[in-house]
Design a binder for this molecule. Sequence first.
Ligand code: FAD
Length: 285
Amino acid sequence: MTSTLSFEVFPPNTQIGTSKLFKTLKELQQLKPDFISVTCSNNRQTIEETTLKVADYIHNQLQVPTIAHLPAAYLQKEQVAALLQQLDQSGIHQILALRGDILPEQTPKEDFVYASDLIAYIKNIAPQFHVSGACYPEIHPESANRVTDIKHLQQKVTVGCEQLITQLFFDNDLFYQFQESCYLADIKVPILAGIMPVVNRKQALRLVKTTNTKLPRKFLAILEKYEHDPVALKEAGLAYAIDQIIDLATQDVAGIHLYTMNNAEVAKHIWHHTKNVLNGQVKVG
Ligand code: FAD
Protein backbone atom coordinates (compact mmCIF):
# COMPACT_ATOMS: atom_id res chain seq x y z
CA MET A 1 0.00 0.00 0.00
CA THR A 2 1.26 3.49 -0.82
CA SER A 3 0.90 6.60 1.32
CA THR A 4 0.26 10.07 -0.07
CA LEU A 5 2.55 13.01 0.63
CA SER A 6 1.18 16.53 0.94
CA PHE A 7 2.42 19.85 2.27
CA GLU A 8 0.95 22.70 4.32
CA VAL A 9 1.98 26.31 3.76
CA PHE A 10 0.75 29.56 5.31
CA PRO A 11 0.19 32.93 3.60
CA PRO A 12 2.70 35.45 5.00
CA ASN A 13 1.72 38.91 6.23
CA THR A 14 3.87 40.92 3.86
CA GLN A 15 4.25 41.35 0.11
CA ILE A 16 7.93 40.28 0.30
CA GLY A 17 6.90 37.22 2.27
CA THR A 18 4.34 36.34 -0.41
CA SER A 19 6.85 36.52 -3.28
CA LYS A 20 9.21 34.38 -1.19
CA LEU A 21 6.39 31.89 -0.67
CA PHE A 22 5.73 31.70 -4.43
CA LYS A 23 9.41 30.76 -4.91
CA THR A 24 9.10 28.12 -2.19
CA LEU A 25 5.96 26.75 -3.86
CA LYS A 26 7.81 26.32 -7.16
CA GLU A 27 10.35 24.18 -5.31
CA LEU A 28 7.60 22.16 -3.63
CA GLN A 29 5.95 21.62 -7.03
CA GLN A 30 9.10 19.76 -8.18
CA LEU A 31 8.41 17.14 -5.49
CA LYS A 32 5.05 16.33 -7.12
CA PRO A 33 3.02 16.32 -3.89
CA ASP A 34 -0.52 14.93 -3.86
CA PHE A 35 -1.71 18.36 -2.75
CA ILE A 36 -0.60 21.53 -1.00
CA SER A 37 -2.91 23.00 1.64
CA VAL A 38 -3.02 26.70 2.51
CA THR A 39 -3.87 27.83 6.03
CA CYS A 40 -6.21 30.68 6.78
CA SER A 41 -5.99 33.03 9.72
CA ASN A 42 -9.09 33.16 11.87
CA ASN A 43 -8.93 36.90 12.47
CA ARG A 44 -8.11 38.09 8.98
CA GLN A 45 -10.81 39.95 7.14
CA THR A 46 -9.21 39.44 3.75
CA ILE A 47 -9.26 35.74 2.99
CA GLU A 48 -9.38 36.61 -0.72
CA GLU A 49 -6.02 38.40 -0.54
CA THR A 50 -4.33 35.67 1.47
CA THR A 51 -5.50 32.06 1.37
CA LEU A 52 -7.46 32.28 -1.88
CA LYS A 53 -4.65 34.10 -3.71
CA VAL A 54 -2.06 31.51 -2.70
CA ALA A 55 -4.41 28.58 -3.39
CA ASP A 56 -5.23 30.02 -6.82
CA TYR A 57 -1.51 30.28 -7.64
CA ILE A 58 -0.91 26.66 -6.59
CA HIS A 59 -3.89 25.32 -8.52
CA ASN A 60 -3.80 27.44 -11.68
CA GLN A 61 -0.15 28.42 -12.12
CA LEU A 62 1.61 25.39 -10.69
CA GLN A 63 -1.15 22.92 -11.58
CA VAL A 64 -0.86 21.21 -8.20
CA PRO A 65 -4.06 20.17 -6.39
CA THR A 66 -4.71 22.46 -3.44
CA ILE A 67 -6.84 22.50 -0.30
CA ALA A 68 -7.98 25.87 1.03
CA HIS A 69 -8.39 25.98 4.83
CA LEU A 70 -11.58 27.69 5.93
CA PRO A 71 -12.12 28.50 9.63
CA ALA A 72 -15.71 29.72 9.91
CA ALA A 73 -16.43 30.68 13.53
CA TYR A 74 -16.31 34.37 12.56
CA LEU A 75 -18.05 34.02 9.20
CA GLN A 76 -21.71 34.14 8.24
CA LYS A 77 -23.45 31.88 5.77
CA GLU A 78 -23.50 34.50 3.00
CA GLN A 79 -19.74 35.05 3.35
CA VAL A 80 -19.03 31.32 3.13
CA ALA A 81 -21.32 31.01 0.10
CA ALA A 82 -19.41 33.86 -1.62
CA LEU A 83 -16.05 32.25 -0.82
CA LEU A 84 -17.23 28.91 -2.18
CA GLN A 85 -18.29 30.64 -5.36
CA GLN A 86 -14.88 32.24 -5.71
CA LEU A 87 -13.11 28.93 -5.13
CA ASP A 88 -15.40 27.28 -7.64
CA GLN A 89 -14.56 29.94 -10.24
CA SER A 90 -10.84 29.33 -9.64
CA GLY A 91 -11.38 25.61 -10.17
CA ILE A 92 -10.51 24.78 -6.55
CA HIS A 93 -12.82 22.14 -5.09
CA GLN A 94 -11.06 20.99 -1.95
CA ILE A 95 -11.61 22.59 1.46
CA LEU A 96 -10.39 21.91 4.97
CA ALA A 97 -13.51 22.93 6.91
CA LEU A 98 -12.68 24.25 10.37
CA ARG A 99 -14.34 25.99 13.24
CA GLY A 100 -11.09 27.81 14.06
CA ASP A 101 -9.90 28.96 17.46
CA ILE A 102 -12.19 31.20 19.49
CA LEU A 103 -10.39 34.47 20.17
CA PRO A 104 -10.76 35.74 23.74
CA GLU A 105 -11.57 39.31 22.70
CA GLN A 106 -14.04 38.47 19.92
CA THR A 107 -17.46 36.82 20.14
CA PRO A 108 -17.94 34.28 17.36
CA LYS A 109 -20.85 34.50 14.93
CA GLU A 110 -23.59 31.95 15.36
CA ASP A 111 -23.84 30.41 11.90
CA PHE A 112 -21.04 27.88 12.34
CA VAL A 113 -20.65 26.91 15.98
CA TYR A 114 -18.72 23.72 15.13
CA ALA A 115 -16.84 22.52 12.08
CA SER A 116 -19.62 19.99 11.48
CA ASP A 117 -22.06 22.90 10.91
CA LEU A 118 -19.77 24.24 8.18
CA ILE A 119 -19.29 20.81 6.60
CA ALA A 120 -23.05 20.21 6.48
CA TYR A 121 -23.59 23.68 4.97
CA ILE A 122 -20.94 23.18 2.26
CA LYS A 123 -22.26 19.74 1.34
CA ASN A 124 -25.76 21.15 1.17
CA ILE A 125 -25.14 24.16 -1.06
CA ALA A 126 -22.04 23.02 -3.00
CA PRO A 127 -21.74 19.23 -3.01
CA GLN A 128 -19.03 19.40 -5.70
CA PHE A 129 -16.52 20.27 -2.95
CA HIS A 130 -14.38 17.56 -1.39
CA VAL A 131 -14.32 18.39 2.31
CA SER A 132 -11.61 17.50 4.82
CA GLY A 133 -11.73 18.06 8.57
CA ALA A 134 -9.23 18.43 11.40
CA CYS A 135 -8.64 15.79 14.06
CA TYR A 136 -6.55 15.46 17.18
CA PRO A 137 -4.75 12.23 18.16
CA GLU A 138 -4.10 13.78 21.58
CA ILE A 139 -7.69 15.13 21.87
CA HIS A 140 -8.77 18.67 21.06
CA PRO A 141 -7.79 20.89 24.01
CA GLU A 142 -11.44 21.86 24.69
CA SER A 143 -12.65 18.26 24.84
CA ALA A 144 -13.36 16.64 28.18
CA ASN A 145 -12.23 13.20 27.06
CA ARG A 146 -11.46 10.92 24.12
CA VAL A 147 -14.98 9.48 23.94
CA THR A 148 -16.72 12.83 23.38
CA ASP A 149 -13.98 14.01 21.04
CA ILE A 150 -14.43 10.91 18.86
CA LYS A 151 -18.21 11.29 19.02
CA HIS A 152 -17.90 14.82 17.61
CA LEU A 153 -15.49 13.59 14.96
CA GLN A 154 -17.98 10.92 13.97
CA GLN A 155 -20.55 13.69 13.55
CA LYS A 156 -18.21 15.50 11.11
CA VAL A 157 -17.93 12.37 9.00
CA THR A 158 -21.68 11.70 9.11
CA VAL A 159 -22.43 15.16 7.67
CA GLY A 160 -19.96 14.77 4.81
CA CYS A 161 -16.30 15.06 5.85
CA GLU A 162 -14.39 12.83 3.44
CA GLN A 163 -10.86 12.99 4.83
CA LEU A 164 -9.22 13.86 8.15
CA ILE A 165 -5.89 15.58 8.75
CA THR A 166 -4.34 15.33 12.19
CA GLN A 167 -2.84 17.92 14.44
CA LEU A 168 0.94 17.44 14.56
CA PHE A 169 2.20 14.77 16.95
CA PHE A 170 5.58 13.36 17.95
CA ASP A 171 4.51 10.01 19.38
CA ASN A 172 3.33 7.58 16.71
CA ASP A 173 1.81 5.22 19.27
CA LEU A 174 -0.71 7.92 20.21
CA PHE A 175 -1.63 8.18 16.52
CA TYR A 176 -2.14 4.41 16.24
CA GLN A 177 -4.38 4.41 19.33
CA PHE A 178 -6.38 7.28 17.84
CA GLN A 179 -6.71 5.43 14.50
CA GLU A 180 -8.04 2.41 16.34
CA SER A 181 -10.61 4.52 18.25
CA CYS A 182 -11.76 6.00 14.93
CA TYR A 183 -12.10 2.57 13.40
CA LEU A 184 -14.16 1.34 16.36
CA ALA A 185 -16.41 4.41 15.98
CA ASP A 186 -16.92 3.50 12.32
CA ILE A 187 -14.88 6.48 11.07
CA LYS A 188 -13.51 4.94 7.92
CA VAL A 189 -12.35 8.00 5.93
CA PRO A 190 -8.60 8.38 5.21
CA ILE A 191 -6.66 9.89 8.13
CA LEU A 192 -3.57 11.81 7.06
CA ALA A 193 -0.84 12.12 9.69
CA GLY A 194 0.36 15.68 10.31
CA ILE A 195 4.12 15.72 10.80
CA MET A 196 6.13 18.77 11.71
CA PRO A 197 9.90 18.54 11.37
CA VAL A 198 11.31 20.56 14.26
CA VAL A 199 14.45 22.40 13.19
CA ASN A 200 15.02 24.75 16.09
CA ARG A 201 14.48 24.83 19.84
CA LYS A 202 12.35 27.98 19.89
CA GLN A 203 9.93 26.40 17.42
CA ALA A 204 9.65 23.25 19.56
CA LEU A 205 8.95 25.20 22.75
CA ARG A 206 6.31 27.32 20.98
CA LEU A 207 4.59 24.16 19.75
CA VAL A 208 4.36 22.73 23.23
CA LYS A 209 2.74 25.97 24.39
CA THR A 210 0.23 26.33 21.55
CA THR A 211 -0.81 22.71 20.96
CA ASN A 212 -1.77 19.84 23.18
CA THR A 213 1.21 17.83 22.00
CA LYS A 214 3.27 15.56 24.23
CA LEU A 215 7.00 15.40 23.64
CA PRO A 216 8.37 11.85 24.04
CA ARG A 217 11.57 11.22 26.00
CA LYS A 218 13.61 10.65 22.83
CA PHE A 219 12.53 14.01 21.43
CA LEU A 220 13.10 15.89 24.70
CA ALA A 221 16.60 14.41 24.87
CA ILE A 222 17.38 15.92 21.46
CA LEU A 223 16.19 19.36 22.58
CA GLU A 224 18.24 19.14 25.75
CA LYS A 225 21.46 17.72 24.34
CA TYR A 226 21.67 20.08 21.34
CA GLU A 227 20.29 23.15 23.10
CA HIS A 228 23.39 25.19 22.20
CA ASP A 229 24.16 23.53 18.87
CA PRO A 230 21.52 24.64 16.30
CA VAL A 231 23.11 22.72 13.44
CA ALA A 232 23.07 19.43 15.35
CA LEU A 233 19.54 20.17 16.62
CA LYS A 234 18.30 20.65 13.06
CA GLU A 235 19.97 17.44 11.89
CA ALA A 236 18.47 15.48 14.78
CA GLY A 237 15.03 17.10 14.36
CA LEU A 238 14.91 16.16 10.69
CA ALA A 239 16.06 12.61 11.46
CA TYR A 240 13.29 12.35 14.08
CA ALA A 241 10.61 13.38 11.56
CA ILE A 242 12.00 10.97 8.96
CA ASP A 243 11.95 8.15 11.51
CA GLN A 244 8.30 8.97 12.35
CA ILE A 245 7.33 8.96 8.66
CA ILE A 246 9.09 5.68 7.93
CA ASP A 247 7.30 4.03 10.85
CA LEU A 248 3.91 5.45 9.75
CA ALA A 249 4.41 4.38 6.13
CA THR A 250 5.43 0.91 7.26
CA GLN A 251 2.12 0.74 9.17
CA ASP A 252 0.27 1.75 5.96
CA VAL A 253 -0.77 5.24 7.01
CA ALA A 254 -3.12 6.78 4.40
CA GLY A 255 -0.87 9.79 3.98
CA ILE A 256 1.70 12.15 5.45
CA HIS A 257 0.81 15.83 5.63
CA LEU A 258 4.00 17.78 6.22
CA TYR A 259 3.80 21.08 8.08
CA THR A 260 6.51 22.79 6.02
CA MET A 261 6.49 26.21 7.78
CA ASN A 262 7.12 27.52 4.23
CA ASN A 263 10.59 25.96 4.29
CA ALA A 264 11.31 24.24 0.96
CA GLU A 265 14.75 23.07 2.08
CA VAL A 266 13.23 21.08 4.96
CA ALA A 267 10.50 19.60 2.74
CA LYS A 268 13.08 18.54 0.13
CA HIS A 269 15.26 16.90 2.75
CA ILE A 270 12.31 14.91 4.14
CA TRP A 271 11.13 13.99 0.64
CA HIS A 272 14.59 12.82 -0.36
CA HIS A 273 14.81 10.49 2.64
CA THR A 274 11.29 9.03 2.46
CA LYS A 275 10.27 9.01 -1.22
CA ASN A 276 10.94 5.32 -1.76
CA VAL A 277 9.23 4.33 1.47
CA LEU A 278 6.13 6.37 0.65
CA ASN A 279 6.46 4.97 -2.85
CA GLY A 280 4.24 5.32 -5.90
CA GLN A 281 2.37 8.49 -5.00
CA VAL A 282 5.56 10.54 -4.98
CA LYS A 283 6.69 10.42 -8.57
CA VAL A 284 10.36 11.13 -9.17
CA GLY A 285 11.42 13.42 -12.01
P1 FAD B 1 -14.48 21.43 15.80
O1 FAD B 1 -14.41 20.18 15.02
O2 FAD B 1 -15.73 22.22 15.73
O3 FAD B 1 -14.14 21.06 17.31
C1 FAD B 1 -13.89 22.07 18.28
C2 FAD B 1 -14.24 21.54 19.67
O4 FAD B 1 -15.67 21.41 19.79
C3 FAD B 1 -13.68 20.15 19.96
O5 FAD B 1 -13.34 20.09 21.32
C4 FAD B 1 -14.86 19.23 19.64
O6 FAD B 1 -14.78 18.00 20.35
C5 FAD B 1 -16.02 20.09 20.10
N1 FAD B 1 -17.27 19.78 19.39
C6 FAD B 1 -17.42 19.52 18.07
N2 FAD B 1 -18.73 19.31 17.78
C7 FAD B 1 -19.41 19.47 18.94
C8 FAD B 1 -20.79 19.39 19.30
N3 FAD B 1 -21.74 19.09 18.40
N4 FAD B 1 -21.16 19.62 20.61
C9 FAD B 1 -20.22 19.92 21.53
N5 FAD B 1 -18.89 20.01 21.25
C10 FAD B 1 -18.50 19.79 19.97
N6 FAD B 1 -6.96 27.09 12.55
C11 FAD B 1 -7.05 28.23 11.81
O7 FAD B 1 -7.49 29.27 12.31
N7 FAD B 1 -6.62 28.25 10.50
C12 FAD B 1 -6.14 27.14 9.87
O8 FAD B 1 -5.78 27.21 8.69
C13 FAD B 1 -6.06 25.92 10.62
N8 FAD B 1 -5.62 24.78 10.04
C14 FAD B 1 -5.63 23.61 10.77
C15 FAD B 1 -5.23 22.41 10.14
C16 FAD B 1 -5.23 21.21 10.85
C17 FAD B 1 -4.83 19.95 10.14
C18 FAD B 1 -5.62 21.19 12.22
C19 FAD B 1 -5.60 19.91 13.00
C20 FAD B 1 -6.01 22.37 12.85
C21 FAD B 1 -6.03 23.58 12.15
N9 FAD B 1 -6.44 24.79 12.73
C22 FAD B 1 -6.50 25.96 11.99
C23 FAD B 1 -6.76 24.84 14.18
C24 FAD B 1 -8.26 24.67 14.48
O9 FAD B 1 -8.98 25.73 13.90
C25 FAD B 1 -8.44 24.67 16.00
O10 FAD B 1 -7.89 23.52 16.56
C26 FAD B 1 -9.86 24.89 16.51
O11 FAD B 1 -9.80 25.10 17.91
C27 FAD B 1 -10.82 23.74 16.28
O12 FAD B 1 -11.23 23.66 14.98
P2 FAD B 1 -12.01 22.33 14.48
O13 FAD B 1 -12.38 22.55 13.10
O14 FAD B 1 -11.23 21.12 14.82
O15 FAD B 1 -13.29 22.44 15.44
